[in-house]
Design a protein around this ligand. Structure first.
Ligand SMILES: Cc1cc2nc3c(=O)[nH]c(=O)nc-3n(C[C@H](O)[C@H](O)[C@H](O)COP(=O)(O)OP(=O)(O)OC[C@H]3O[C@@H](n4cnc5c(N)ncnc54)[C@H](O)[C@@H]3O)c2cc1C
Length: 398
């Protein structure tokens, strides 16, 4: 594989955000040379990324549809005292589809199996002292730890399973929280890909980031047994520990990035504070970058910083809800917050996931008898103490 010496834009990390930005630039700005550098043998690693169709704008939906490997017209949620089907379409993108669609567009600009040792404002240093010089650099190497963000975690193991007989589902179950509540808010997530296969994930909203793989695998197996699904084969497994934002100092977080480099994806804190999902933000950022006239390094670094700070500020309400979920509710009672939320009107739920909740929605979400003790809910109002705690914990670990 030949590695370009110099390009207009070098992107570090061919995961979700890096691949979408490179793809969109190639389509809309063929005059701009792009190098996308990924340490793995293919783009995207091992993920199934999903989103509610209402999370992305109609323009974004149009080009993103090339990546969608499965789309459903509706989705369901199940709680101990409540069951609902929402008529909101739901879509999934697999990492193999991400690779198959994006890689051919990138041609020689795609550099796989290459470890980046240093991300600089004017290029990337790869292992073996090879350097790609660039007019602008985007750092899309995924989440990074920082004591400037106070986090809870959504962690899961998902197994793509084949069953001996049809499972009978024709829509995804986004949350089945009618299961025993363990390690925080626990639910099963089921994407029925074909009539005999499905991705089944055991998910927990927990305080700690550690993943008990055996417990989660057993959770998946027990759930399938309880639904009467006999597993004939485990086709694939994926896992995740996603950040849930409780509080943060976004400017200080971004200041930790390399000066003059534009961060992207999780590295720019571009994720939904309460779900940890980043696909809609990654697609929107790809759209935003490709629409810029000025693609110089300083202009891109400024653009992404302003975008990230502005989204973070607009999303304070979701961080408040995250704090209520994590610290006002006892771990085994956390499901009640979601159960109540899912009784609200469908358009409000769609705006919530799309990060478009307006003042009236907020009032409705918080109105009525709260599913958590009022005194503890009031204790969640400010971000400062959470951030202080996160910074203290980080120092102690160091
Ligand atoms: C299993 C899983 C499922 C998820 N499901 C969803 C979902 O359904 N919907 C949703 O919106 N979000 C989901 N998320 C959350 C989030 O969207 C993903 O974490 C997403 O992949 C983040 O995108 P990113 O581009 O920031 O980072 P990543 O996709 O993690 O990409 C970072 C890339 O950088 C590469 N890299 C890192 N360091 C180097 C280096 N030194 N040299 C070269 N390359 C390097 C990595 O190999 C990787 O490919 C999921 C996360 C996980 C882990």
């Amino acid at each position: 594989m030949s590695i370009p010496n110099r390009v207009d834009i070098a992107i570090a990390g061919g995961g979700l955000s890096g691949a979408l930005i490179a793809y969109r630039l190639r389509l809309l700005r063929p005059d701009v040379s792009v190098a996308l550098v990924e340490q793995g043998a293919s783009l995207g690693g091992n993920h199934t990324w999903s989103f509610h169709e209402a999370d992305v704008s109609p323009e974004t939906r149009e080009w993103l549809s090339a990546f969608v490997c499965r789309r459903w017209e509706r989705q369901a949620v199940i709680f101990p005292n409540y069951h609902r089907v929402l008529e909101t379409p739901y879509c999934s993108i697999s990492s193999s589809r991400l690779h198959d669609v994006a890689a051919p567009r990138l041609g020689d600009g795609l550099v796989l199996n290459a470890d980046i040792e240093e991300v600089m404002a004017d290029g990337l240093r790869l292992a073996g002292e090879r350097v790609i010089n660039a007019g602008a650099v985007i750092d899309a190497r995924g989440a990074r730890q920082s004591d400037r963000l106070a986090l809870g975690f959504q962690k899961f193991i998902g197994q793509e399973l084949e069953f001996t007989a049809p499972h009978g589902l024709d829509a995804p179950v986004i949350m089945d929280a009618s299961v025993p509540q363990e390690d925080g808010y626990r639910f099963l997530y089921v994407l029925p890909f074909t009539e005999k296969t499905a991705l089944v994930e055991d998910t927990r909203y927990a305080d700690g980031a550690s993943l008990d793989r055996e417990a989660l695998r057993k959770g998946v197996a027990d759930y399938c047994a309880s639904r009467g699904w006999t597993i004939s084969k485990v086709l694939r497994e994926e896992e995740g520990v996603l950040p849930i934002a409780l509080a943060g100092d976004i400017e200080a977080f971004l200041d930790e990035s390399e000066a003059g480099v534009a961060p992207a994806g999780m590295r720019a804190a571009l994720f939904h504070p309460l779900t940890g999902y980043s696909l809609p933000d990654a697609a929107a950022l790809a759209e935003l970058i490709a629409a810029q006239e000025d693609l110089s390094g300083p202009a891109l670094a400024r653009l992404v910083r302003d975008h990230s700070v502005s989204l973070w500020r607009r999303r304070g309400f979701y961080r408040l809800l995250s704090r209520m979920l994590f610290s006002a509710a006892e771990p085994d009672q956390r499901y009640k917050v979601l159960q109540r939320f899912y009784s609200l009107p469908q358009p409000l739920i769609e705006r919530f996931y799309a990060g478009e909740t307006h003042l009236g929605d907020r009032a409705r979400i918080l109105a009525g008898k709260p599913p958590v003790p009022v005194s503890r809910a009031l204790g969640c109002l400010g971000e400062a103490k959470y951030l202080k705690r996160a910074m203290g914990a980080e120092r102690q670990e160091a």
